[in-house]
Design a protein around this ligand. Structure first.
Ligand code: PEP
Length: 248
């Protein structure tokens, strides 16, 4: 039985002090949740988030990392810098990073491999644009993104991975995929994992949906057989709304 995992992607929002405030507000609201709750905060807020989450059931993730150990990569963050702080998860290949920061399926794969070398759990984002959906290539494209992202991993590593299906046209737009559309692609991701890594890995890998998830639609989405929770942007910045989603 897979656990439902809900991760908040705060993007470029909240200062360190605001981070402490939001987490302190969220803690009592999700304290009884059977689902896993993760907050992925900006690098500058990680220390405050880790401190604020101590003794609670909220875990902390980063929103990106580089695939080298150290060196002349101005502005980048190495995996060991995250793990030393107590970070457990890292979002990799979010569509905003692919769109604005030239990330590719290949760099996503390098980062995923590096994350596992350091014991970080990757939350890998895949998803199609509106044009690609209209061309009818969604399943093919997402399946290919998934295969490339996971290249070189063992089945045991894949079992620990989180894959977030995030249709680009649904991110930050208020347009949510219907639960049937989301289920179709999340199932395709799981089928792809089964083809490459076997049924056991497919049964254990966490497949989330992300794209305008809110307190009103999370329950229906997460009730679908192949949707094991969500990656949540805008609604994760409001403790009340996010707690409803986490408790879905
Ligand atoms: C996201 O940033 O991953 C996301 C899904 O954003 P939103 O929930 O705001 O659409």
């Amino acid at each position: 039985m897979r656990q439902t995992v809900v991760a908040g992607n705060w993007k470029m929002n909240k200062t360190p002090a605001q981070t402490t405030e939001l987490i302190n507000e969220l803690k009592p609201l999700v304290a009884e949740s059977a689902n896993k709750c993760i907050v992925c905060v900006p690098f500058t807020s990680l220390a405050n988030a880790i401190e604020a989450c101590k003794g609670s059931n909220i875990e902390v993730g980063a929103q990106n990392m580089y695939f080298e150990e150290s060196g002349a990569y101005t502005g980048e963050i190495a995996p060991s810098m995250l793990t030393e702080m107590g970070v457990k998860y890292v979002i990799i290949g979010h569509s905003e990073r692919r769109q604005y920061f030239a990330e590719t399926d290949e760099t996503v794969n390098k980062k995923v491999i590096k994350a596992f070398e350091h014991g970080l759990v990757p939350i890998i984002c895949v998803g199609e644009s509106l044009e690609q959906r209209e061309q009818g290539i969604t399943v093919e494209l997402v399946s290919m993104q998934t295969k490339i992202a996971l290249l070189g991993l063992s089945a045991e590593q894949v079992k620990k991975t989180i894959i977030a299906y995030e249709p680009i046209w649904a991110i930050g737009t208020g347009k949510t995929a219907t639960s049937d559309q989301a289920q179709e692609v999340c199932k395709a991701i799981r089928d792809t994992v089964a083809d490459v890594f076997g049924k056991d890995a497919a049964d254990e890998v966490i497949v989330q949906y992300g794209g305008s998830v809110n307190a009103g639609n999370s329950k229906e989405l997460f009730a679908k057989e192949d949707i094991d929770g969500g990656l949540v942007g805008g609604a994760s910045l409001k403790a009340q709304d996010f707690s409803v989603i986490v408790n879905s």
